[in-house]
Design a binder for this molecule. Structure first.
Ligand code: HEM
Length: 221
């Protein structure tokens, strides 16, 4: 049996795959937020950043391929883990009763699906520029104008804010599972780690939400 099939055929392997791919995705999200926050520094800073990213095409493509791989592995491991949990109990319980698991844990698949939909919409919106016909008139790197035009709409802003709130819930639970997988949730670290997920995901969500919200409220134009 190859290393890969051994990994995906065991719960520990799947959980490790979830944790490692999740970590790579979080790394991207943090870097993406840092870049996007340049919108508060004005059009010159944000558009220069967008142009700079495109000037290292081989590096950009290496990152994109890594990102797509992490995304696919994360979804695949999530589906396998949920199937294993169902197979472990083929007969449904007569009375369903939630015990240790939290609301967020039960909705991981659902929130993951919404995030997948968001990611596809987001690519069509800002990378491939398919959703807003008026983007055709903008320069190749006029990311600033794209954001201003998009987030003045309550629908686009609302959808982004809802998706980012979902990302926050997903990440919050994902981080708790991550620490558990790595065996870091011992008594000594428990209280610190208990805070780490909520604090980190709230800060991240606040950073992202500040962008559509500030544009929608006319604080940046
Ligand atoms: C307010 C929130 C966000 C804003 C303003 C934003 C902005 C952008 C922009 C402007 C681009 C296109 C860059 C370019 O082609 O020059 C982009 C691409 C992308 N964004 Fe976001 N983003 C946001 C949230 C997110 C979130 C939460 C995720 C992940 C869950 C995400 C994932 C991506 C991905 C995967 C790409 C494609 C990167 C590539 O070109 O390879 N974004 N984003």
């Amino acid at each position: 049996m190859s290393f890969l099939s051994r990994t995906v055929n065991s719960s520990v392997g799947c959980k490790t795959l979830m944790a490692v791919s999740g970590l790579a995705l979080v790394g991207f999200i943090v870097a993406h937020l840092a870049g996007n926050l340049l919108v508060f520094a004005g059009p010159t800073a944000l558009n220069a950043y967008a142009k700079g990213l495109r000037s290292y095409l081989p590096l950009l493509w290496a990152l994109r391929i890594g990102l797509i791989t992490a995304f696919i592995l994360h979804i695949y491991a999530g589906i396998r883990l949920s199937r294993r949990a169902q197979q472990a109990r083929p007969q449904a319980y007569v009375k369903r009763k939630t015990q240790v698991t939290t609301g967020a844990a039960q909705t991981m698949i659902l929130s993951g699906l919404l995030l997948l939909f968001f990611a596809l919409y987001h690519l069509a919106h800002l990378t491939f520029r398919l959703t807003h016909p008026q983007f055709a008139a903008l320069g190749e790197f006029d990311v600033y104008a794209m954001l201003i035009a998009s987030f003045q709409s309550p629908w686009t802003s609302g959808f982004y804010i809802l998706s980012i709130a979902t990302l926050m819930l997903h990440l919050n639970h994902g981080m708790a599972s991550f620490f558990q997988t790595l065996g870091l949730d011992s008594r000594r670290h428990a209280s610190l780690l208990f805070m780490a997920g909520p604090v980190f995901s709230t800060l991240l969500a606040a950073g992202f939400i500040a962008i559509p919200l500030s544009i929608f409220l006319g604080l940046i134009a």
